[in-house]
Every structure is written in C-alpha cells, then in structure tokens.
Ligand binder design. Structure first.
Ligand code: NAD
Length: 296
C-alpha cells in the first residue's frame, strides 16, 4: 500500500472540538445554547442509532440537542404541524428530519416545509439553489465533510479533474457543485455512464457515492489520485460474519492512489461533525453575531 490514509475520524474529532469551543462562546454571547432538533418517525434500527449519535454529539459540543420521537403511524399533516412549530421556535437553530420517512409521508413535502434558514441538512430546494448559485446557505453535511478532507489534503483544488460517481440529491449532486465552486473540472458519473473505468482513470479526485460494494477498482485509479469513498455497505463474508466496505476496492486502490479514505473511519464520522458545524453557523446567523465561518 502506497497511499496516505486520510483519517476522517481524527479530522472529525478535531472539528467537533472546534465547534464545541465556539458553541461555548456563542452561549456566552447569546445567553442561550445553539439548538438542534432532530425528528425521528418510526423505529428504523439504523435511523435510531444515527439519531442517538446526533443527540450525544450535540450535547458533547455544547449544543442543545432535542429529539422528537414519533410513532410510525404519524400522518403527513401531523409531521407538518411539528415542523411549523419548530420553524417558529426561536430556540431551534437547526431542524433535521431523519430520512427515510414511512411511506404515508412525502419526504419532499416535509423538507420543503422546513425553514431554509434552519435546514442544517441542506436538503431544502432553496439551499440546493443557493449552493448552485454560489450564495450563502446550508450545504449537505456528507459532501461538505468530503470537501473539507480534500482541501485539508490538497490545499487548492483549482483546475483538477474530479469525478463524482453517484448523482443523489444528498451526496452526488451537491458534491459536484462544491467541486465546481472550487474550480475543478467536474464529471458526474452514474448508473448509465458508458465507460466508468475511463472516466475515473482521468481524474485527480475520485468521490464514490454509489452504494455498490467495491465498484471502483484499483486498476481504474489514476496514479497519485485522491480517493474519497462515501459508500457504507455491509457485506457477508464466506464464514458468515459481516463487515463494512466502501464503494472502492480499498486494498487495490491504496496501491495506486496518492491518498484514500478508509471505510469505516473516513467520510462516515465527518457527517455528524459537519451537522454540528452547520447548526452553530445557523445560530450565529440567526442571532446576527459575527463568525468567521471559513475557520470552522
Ligand atoms: P443513492 O442510492 O441515492 O444514489 C446512488 C447513486 O449511484 C445513483 O445516483 C446511481 O445513479 C449511482 N449508481 C448506482 N449504480 C451505479 C453503477 N453501477 N455505476 C455508477 N453509478 C451507479 O445513494 P446515496 O444516498 O447517494 O448514498 C451512496 C452511498 O453513500 C451509500 O453506500 C450510502 O450508505 C453512503 N452514504 C454515506 C454517508 C456517510 O458516510 N455519512 C452519507 C450518505 C450516504
């Protein structure tokens, strides 16, 4: 293995520490803590784990973390009413409705009902538009975390060839917008891309957000490229045990790449750290207090 391993776990821990210190400053200046409210509908096991981690991480970072746990039978109107209450609550700086939602609820309608200035997940169409237009707003946490890792590793990204594999609204598309804003030449690859190997092969930056275990092979990677693996896939091994793998064949890619994120311990820990960062940014903006957002 020749690649440098990008330690997202350590980066995320230091980001959470910075956020915690600035959140304490905020509480002193504003006379209240920044507040993040998470809404969980139903009992999806993975979602429950994510929500508990978000609650714990908020509290550890001096942010008031509140969770509303609603039954799986909640109607769309009931959830819309809760979102309206949270929009109007001055102590709430960030609202996050955990996805996926039960099938009787249209997640687009719920996201669209969140005040865009409290949409710390960055999923509201207004925030997607702001990102595409280069206006201040909120950027989805996972791609913003990927960008932080890339800039920490590479400094300026200007002029680099970048490929984003995957075109979801929560990872692929905002990732491509962020790289474009950094003056990369960006290709978005997806399930209909004809020659994924060649597209990856000309890229200095590869971001894989697909959800297919080890799709991106080491032989495709340009020597020295920086590889960011967003995928989290649980696979069952021959002996019946299971393990997490990314969307990139790690061992192969690590022989060719200049730097690569591992799974787990790469992109994964960045998401919650950036969520806390976005919540604190929201709190400063809503109170009209000055903050150097680029330092966070
Ligand atoms: P998604 O299913 O919404 O989108 C997957 C994308 O991959 C689609 O745009 C599709 O076109 C593309 N795709 C599918 N098969 C392909 C193929 N064979 N070749 C090229 N492209 C292909 O997924 P998502 O929500 O963007 O998540 C992607 C992965 O990232 C998943 O493994 C998910 O678990 C992981 N994820 C991790 C985090 C985190 O680390 N915190 C956050 C979000 C998602």
């Amino acid at each position: 293995m020749s690649a440098t391993i990008i330690d997202g776990k350590a980066f995320a821990a230091s980001l959470r520490e910075r956020v915690g210190a600035v959140a304490a400053d905020f509480a002193r200046a504003a006379g209240r803590q920044a507040g993040l409210t998470v809404v969980l509908v139903g009992e999806d096991a993975a979602s429950s784990v994510y929500v508990r981690s978000k609650e714990r991480a908020s509290i550890a970072a001096n942010i008031a973390g509140t969770v509303h746990r609603l039954p799986a039978t909640t109607t769309q109107d009931e959830l819309l009413a809760l979102v309206a209450t949270l929009n109007a609550d001055p102590a709430v700086d960030g609202i996050l409705v955990q996805l996926p939602l039960p099938k009787q609820i249209d997640s687009h309608a719920i996201i669209a009902a969140i005040d865009p200035d409290k949409d710390v997940d960055g999923f509201h169409p207004v925030n997607a538009g702001r990102l595409a237009s280069g206006l201040p707003g909120f950027v989805p946490c996972t791609p913003l975390g990927c960008l932080m890792l890339l800039k920490d590793r590479l400094g300026s990204l200007s002029g680099l060839e970048a490929v984003v594999v995957g075109r979801s609204n929560i990872v692929g598309k905002p990732m491509a917008q962020l790289l474009l804003a950094e003056s990369c030449t960006v290709t978005i690859a997806h399930s209909r891309t004809r020659d994924l190997a060649a597209t990856v092969g000309r890229s200095d930056i590869v971001v894989a957000a697909v959800g297919v275990p080890e799709l991106v092979r080491g032989a495709w990677i340009k020597p020295g490229a920086t590889v960011i693996d967003v995928g989290i896939n649980r696979v069952t091994l021959a002996d019946g045990t299971s393990k997490l793998v990314g969307d990139v064949a790690f061992e192969e890619a690590a022989d060719v790449a200049g730097a690569i994120t591992p799974v787990p311990g790469g992109v994964g820990p960045m998401t919650i750290a950036v969520l806390l960062r976005n919540t604190l940014v929201s709190a400063y903006r809503r109170e009209g207090l000055a903050l150097d957002e680029s330092a966070l």
